[in-house]
Design a protein around this ligand. Structure first.
Ligand code: UFG
Length: 322
């Protein structure tokens, strides 16, 4: 079996950063993406991109067999918390039902290692911060519930069929490739750092700060922002670790939190101009603080975030936005 790699969602934000990193590391990559994420990220020459649905079992098995793919990195999925509350059907369909068809077809055709994009949203409102992987998993929205359901499938397949899997749980993916050719863009954009930068550049109205009365040092929510290039490296390390044995769930973060106000201040410094913002009510479902205990990823993969200082994240994100 060759070590060709099937990457679903490789045209998206985290997926495209991974594809560049994998290509540069010498991996043979085939991307499967339904192009639903808006403007596709530019990928390296030589990477085959197949437009299609992850749930199209016949397409997946033909791809895996024809291209002799031995491992899969599964990024494709629905990722908006608010939308998941309004349309849970969409989330369980994409993230669980279609994901299962993809997984079964890939395994039957010869894939034996899987890395699956999971999320800190599996923890819901955490009891302990920084959060270890062993924390209670009580998602508070269908998005988190759908990701946790798929993790459980992987775990059961690992026990029963010997599938080797890893589920990196991302905290707040941010930044962009330092070369500036890959940009974080979602439609609609809901993520803090792109919104802060666009507000500062006059491309959007003032940033609305969702709540300033949380039990945090400055009253605004604290998150663990981790550079997307660090995430890409962790996936490569996870694939490598899977050749030696099981990995399981892994938190990917820095272990340090930054508040919304700190992000605003970092952006103002990076841009040399003020970020217009206004106070707004809390957003439903936002926990006060989400910070990773990422020691397991350190111990198992030798991974740590290297590019995730807030200043670097904001500077790289700004460069990519032109
Ligand atoms: N925020 C604002 N104003 C905005 C947008 C965001 O104040 O206009 C605040 C949010 O309230 C939050 C912080 O900025 O406190 C970060 O918000 P993001 O929307 O950028 O990110 P989240 O922490 O909500 O979400 C991230 C991922 C999700 C994942 C979640 C895990 O984007 O996919 O972490 O809980 F589910």
């Amino acid at each position: 079996m060759s070590d060709g790699l099937l990457v679903t969602g490789g045209l998206g934000f985290v997926g495209s950063h991974f594809v560049w990193a994998a290509h540069e590391a010498g991996a043979r990559v085939v991307v499967l993406d339904d192009r639903s994420g808006g403007e596709a990220a530019p990928l390296p020459d030589g990477v085959r991109v197949v437009t299609g649905d992850i749930g199209a079992a016949a397409l997946v098995s033909a791809l895996v067999r024809d291209e002799r793919l031995g491992a899969m990195v599964h990024f494709a999925g629905k990722i908006q918390v608010g939308e998941s509350v309004r349309a849970p059907r969409l989330y369980f369909d994409h993230n669980v039902a279609r994901g299962l068809r993809l997984l079964d077809a890939a395994l039957d055709a010869g894939v034996s290692r899987v890395v699956f994009s999971s999320t800190a949203a599996v923890y819901g409102t955490p009891e302990i911060v920084p959060i270890p992987e062993s924390s209670v998993r009580e998602p508070v929205n269908p998005y988190g519930a759908s990701k946790l359901a798929f993790e459980r499938v992987l775990s059961a397949y690992g026990d029963a069929y010997g599938l080797r899997w890893a589920a990196p749980r991302y905290f707040n993916a941010a930044g962009a490739h330092p070369r500036g050719h890959l940009v974080e863009r979602h439609e609609p954009e809901t993520h803090l750092i792109p919104l802060v930068l666009d507000a500062a550049l006059g491309r959007r109205p003032a940033l609305r700060v969702f709540g300033d009365d949380y039990p945090t040092p400055d009253g605004t929510c604290v998150r663990d922002y981790v550079h997307v290039c660090d995430l890409a490296d962790a996936h490569l390390a996870a694939l490598d670790a899977l050749t030696r044995g099981a990995v399981g769930a892994l938190n990917l973060g820095t272990g340090r939190g930054a508040s919304v106000r700190e992000v605003i201040d970092a952006a103002a410094r990076a841009l040399g101009r003020a970020v217009p913002f206004e106070r707004a009510p809390r957003r439903d479902g936002d926990p006060a603080a989400l910070v990773a205990d990422a020691s397991r990823a350190g111990a198992l993969l030798g991974w740590r975030a290297r590019r995730s200082e807030l200043e670097v994240i904001v500077e790289d994100a700004r460069r990519s936005r032109g």
